[in-house]
Structure formats: C-alpha cells, structure tokens
Design a protein around this ligand. Structure first.
Ligand code: SF4
Length: 419
C-alpha cells in the first residue's frame, strides 16, 4: 500500500511468497471456490481450489446477470464449506443457517484444526490463561506461566514459543507480561505492540427489486462484487467489497409488514413479497493501519485472574469515511440498474469482527513487531502469527490470510528447530 499508493504500510513479503501458503490454508480449511479462471479473483493461482465452488442460488445468478451487464463483476465467493464430503465434514445442504454455526458441520471452524492437532499429539489445556513470560540474557523466551481455572499458577519451559491469540489477546498478553528486560512489554522495543488495530468497517444497502430474487437458499453469502477493490483511488480513499447477503429476509420482512398494520392473508402476502423481492448488500471498507488505533492495558478493569483488561481506542478515520461516500455512489447506480424501490443505505458503520493489527509485520524492527515469518524481532524463538501481523487489511475477510501466515510461521519454526 505504501509503495503503490503512498498510504498505509508495505508487507515485508511479496504476494508470490504468500500465495502458496494461501493454497495450503485452503487445503487445511477445506475451501470450495470457482475453478473457472473467469470467475476467480485473483485468477493468478498456483493450484486449483480443493473443492469446486458452492453452486450459486437463483438469486446469486440473477443478481450477477443484472449487474454484470452494466460493467460490474459479481463472482462466486470462495468459502470453507464442503461441496463434497471432506475430512469428516458432510456436503453443505444449503439450508442457510450458517450464522452463528453450521448445524451439520459442513462449514469449517477452528475445532476441526484443534481435533486434527490433538490426533497428531498436541496437548490442549482448556481454561488456561498465560499471564507471564520469562526471557534470558539474549532475550530468548525461556518459559511461560499460566493460571488454570482454579487460579493455580503453572509454568512450562520450551525451545520455541508461539503466541497466537489474534489481535486483541496477543497484544494484551505481550503488554501484561512486561519484565525487567522488556519494560514496555514482550516483543515491544518498537512500541508497536497493540497499535495499528484494524477492522473492516461495514454497512448495508437494502432495496426491493421489481422481480423476485428468492434470497435465502444456499449458504449465507455466495457472491461478491470485486471491481471496486483496487485502483489509483486507493491513494485517497478505501476500496470496498460489496457482498450479496443471502440470509433469508423473513424476519425483517415480517417486522416491516407488521408495522404496516396488516393481518391475515394480506400480512402473509406482504411478508412473501418483501422476502422474495428484498435485496441486502453488505459492504466492507478498507482501514489503514494507524498507530493511534491501539490497545492498552486498562488501569481500572481486570479479569477474574487479576490481569488487566484491554482498553481500545479506535478512530475509523477519513480514508474509510471517504470510501463510504464512494461506495454509496456505486450502490445508487446498482439501485438504478435494478429499478429499485425502498432503496436505503445505512449510515452507521458496523464492526465486521475481522480484527487485525496489534503485532504488525514489517522489515524494520524499529517500527514493527514481527518479520515476514511472524517471528518477533526482539525474541529469536518467539512467533506471533495470525491477524495481528497483517499490515494492510484489504477489504476481504482476514481468516485465510491469518491461516496462511500461521502455516508460513510453522514452516519457519520447523526450519529453525532443524537448524
Ligand atoms: S448452508 Fe451453511 S449452515 Fe447450511 S449446510 Fe451449508 S454451510 Fe452449513
């Protein structure tokens, strides 16, 4: 972002270095995506998706037909939902219940990886909270101390340590574990731990289409407009991702129809009309890493173990607000293409919980926490992989990048253990 657009930060690794790890992360999580290059974004792939795409519903197909005819590019979203039996997971049956959890286990979640790791010999200690980190005269980590659920303290020593609690809990632990040699916190000689917090601020656009789209069959989200993701404008305002939300609209339609005072068959008919014709677009914006957006340790609040809770300061910033204005113009155009009625765009930005930053990656140890392998600049045997390391957030959900960085870190750890 810094080299190409003069804003934000650069990655210390290239896309080509990371791309094979994306493929490995897709394999690990069982991702289904389009194997037709015309439907891919990006299409520069070294391997096909492990499974072919989740079939589009009628609404996805019709939406793409309408907007793509006007220069937009709506393509399938790769997603970790099985389209064939996959490592014990059944095939997605498209019943639209993906949030908060897939009831049949067709969708990936981290439990699958934990179970796989346990099968390979990992020992998972539930309800165990690390609070202290020991370092030696070379600033190598020598031990971590943790509390069990009875507040009994334990200690483990090792050659190699990984802190992978993502963007809130990793920085909180690193700051809370400050010791004599690291008075500002572990891995924090740059003073960047806890800084550069990011999330994809989001908003929604709702309208009624003159023709029914029958949203609500298939997974919760399957298609996305990829055109507004990149361009020279990124030096001035944020890119955006526009997703066609495929979550059934029966609940919101019912609430609107009831407010109209309808009852009986008229109520049924209105719920049906609103549900079948309703369109909900979910938009995400790209934040810039800003050192002022940060986590610090609370001076007034502690958790039940007495460890300070995180305080968060977060200012969305002009870059994102200007990106919102640009996205609204695109949405108004889409509304015109559809001859939409009841068109409205939400004004309050919502969190998307794609938490990034806090242990940012960079090539300069003076202004970053980890290197391109997520190894701490300050401690040669400590890795801090995951979303915390991401130096530019783009507009796309952060999970695949977090997993790819985790696998890249694992390769580096493996290499260092064999050295
Ligand atoms: S649609 Fe969602 S909830 Fe239903 S099977 Fe597929 S992934 Fe699971």
């Amino acid at each position: 972002m810094r080299s190409a657009y003069g804003v934000g930060r650069d990655w210390p690794i290239s896309y080509d270095e990371l791309e094979p790890y994306y493929c490995r992360a897709e394999e690990a999580m069982g991702v289904a995506g389009p194997n037709d290059p015309l439907l891919q974004s990006p299409s520069e792939r070294s391997k096909p998706y492990p499974m072919d795409m989740v079939p589009w519903s009628y609404g996805d197909k019709r939406f793409a037909e309408v907007v793509n005819a006007h220069g937009y590019r709506s393509v399938p979203i790769p997603q970790a939902r099985s389209t064939r039996p996959w490592k014990g997971r059944p095939t997605c049956c498209g019943n639209n219940n993906c949030q908060p959890i897939c009831p049949i286990g067709a969708m990936y979640n981290a439990i699958h990886s934990v179970q796989e790791a346990e099968t390979l010999g990992a020992h998972v200690l539930a309800e165990s909270v690390v609070y202290k980190i020991d370092t030696d005269e070379n600033n190598r980590v020598t031990a971590v101390h943790w509390y069990d659920n009875q507040h009994q303290s334990h200690k483990v020593t090792a050659k190699t340590f990984v802190i992978a609690c993502n963007s809130l809990e990793s920085p909180r632990l690193l700051l809370a574990a400050a010791n004599e040699r690291n008075p500002g916190g572990i891995a924090n000689s740059s003073d960047q731990v806890g800084r550069n917090m990011m999330d994809h601020s989001g908003f929604h656009c709702f309208f009624q289409s003159p023709e029914p789209l029958w949203i609500g069959r298939g997974p919760a989200q399957s298609s996305c407009l990829v055109g507004p993701r990149d361009g020279a404008f990124r030096s001035e305002y944020s890119a955006n991702k526009i997703i066609l939300n495929n979550i059934t609209q029966v609940t919101s339609a019912t609430s609107v129809a009831l407010k109209k005072g309808l009852v009986g068959p008229a109520l049924d008919a209105e719920i049906r009309r609103l549900t079948t014709h309703g369109v909900d677009l979910s938009i995400s914006l790209e934040p810039l890493p800003d050192p002022k957006n940060r986590i610090t340790l609370s001076k007034t609040r502690v958790d039940p173990h007495g460890i300070p809770c995180p305080d968060v300061y977060y200012d969305v910033g002009d870059y994102v607000h200007k990106g919102y204005d640009a996205a609204v113009k695109q949405l108004e155009d889409i509304g015109r293409i559809f001859n939409a009625t009841d068109f409205h765009v939400t004004t309050a930005l919502n969190a998307n919980n794609h938490i990034m930053g806090g242990s940012i990656m960079g090539s300069d140890p003076k202004d970053s926490v980890v290197d391109g392998n997520c190894r701490a600049h300050d401690h040669t045997n400590l890795w801090i992989p995951g979303g915390g390391a991401i130096p530019s957030a783009s507009v796309v959900n952060s999970t695949l990048t977090m997993a790819a960085l985790g696998i890249k870190a694992a390769d580096d750890i493996s290499k260092s253990l064999r050295a």
